[in-house]
Design a protein around this ligand. Structure first.
Ligand code: ARG
Ligand code: ZN
Ligand code: CA
Length: 249
């Protein structure tokens, strides 16, 4: 489709400590970040280096909070990929119509025993009842219970990127591919806040790395753009034959 795509959002909060039972204001602050980042109206959009300005993209997607449910649990941390928090019968909360709703679970997450910030499913990678993104409470939104440097809501932007079929910018391999032409080849993931310019060391690729892309692993304040190629890949999901066609009425 052309023009704006509206994404209804349902947020599921599962907590074992009261600070993890985040406020509605904290939830709304995250929805607000998504609306800025996916419409290129984030205040740091103006920090995009001139070499990347021509490919910086406005996805034209709006996010609307449709509901919130909450559940207290004795489980202190959840294995992100085991997905038990996605079902009431396994101690979590059930998804709401994933064919036309973005489900976001907010709970303490781990992977192989270590705490992680977030986890987003790619289209078709899991059962439809498990489709959506999961984010740890201390990196959700911009106010309330938060842990610097993950306090600007970019974990959710990144995970929604996965939900929109985007691959990490380094292609999950040494000098791998993200299947997008206008993002540079990166040797591996970048952390913290790399100083600009950081050159690629991949063979035949001496370009500057796009460390400020949301699909890298840099700190929240150091990621602020998607590209036109990422936009095309994401929006293809909403075409009549695409995996997320149910969002288009
Ligand atoms: N999927 C990544 C993780 O598991 C999230 C990275 C988010 N990065 C960020 N700066 N917020 O940790
Ligand atoms: Zn990721
Ligand atoms: Ca690329």
């Amino acid at each position: 489709p052309s023009g704006n795509i509206t994404i209804p959002v349902f947020v599921h909060v599962i907590y074992s400590q009261s600070n993890e039972n985040i406020s509605l204001e904290q939830i709304q602050s995250q929805i607000d970040v998504l609306n800025r980042d996916f419409n290129a109206i984030n205040t740091d959009f103006s920090s995009i280096p001139s070499v990347f300005q021509s490919v910086a993209a406005d996805f034209q997607m709006s996010f609307v909070l449709k509901g919130v449910d909450r559940r207290a649990s004795t489980q202190v941390i959840w294995d992100a990929r085991a997905e038990l928090y996605k079902s009431y019968s396994t101690g979590g909360l059930d998804a709401v119509s994933t064919n036309n709703t973005l489900n976001i679970w907010v709970c303490n997450l781990s992977n192989s025993g270590s705490a992680i910030l977030g986890y987003g499913t790619s289209p078709g990678s899991v059962d439809p009842t498990q489709d959506g993104v999961a984010v740890s409470p201390y990196c959700f939104g911009t106010l309330g219970y938060l842990n610097y440097p993950f306090d600007a809501g970019r974990t959710t932007t990144h995970e929604v990127g996965h939900w929109l079929n985007l691959i990490h910018i380094w292609g999950n391999a040494s000098c791998g591919t993200d299947l997008v032409d206008d993002t540079p080849v990166h040797p591996t993931e970048n952390y913290f806040c790399p100083s600009f310019p950081l050159y690629s060391t991949c063979t035949g690729q001496n370009q500057i790395q796009m460390t400020m892309n949301y699909m890298d692993y840099t700190d929240d304040r150091c990621m602020f753009m998607f590209t036109a190629g990422q936009k095309a890949r994401a929006r293809a999901l909403f075409e009549p034959n695409g995996y997320r066609r149910g969002f288009v009425t």
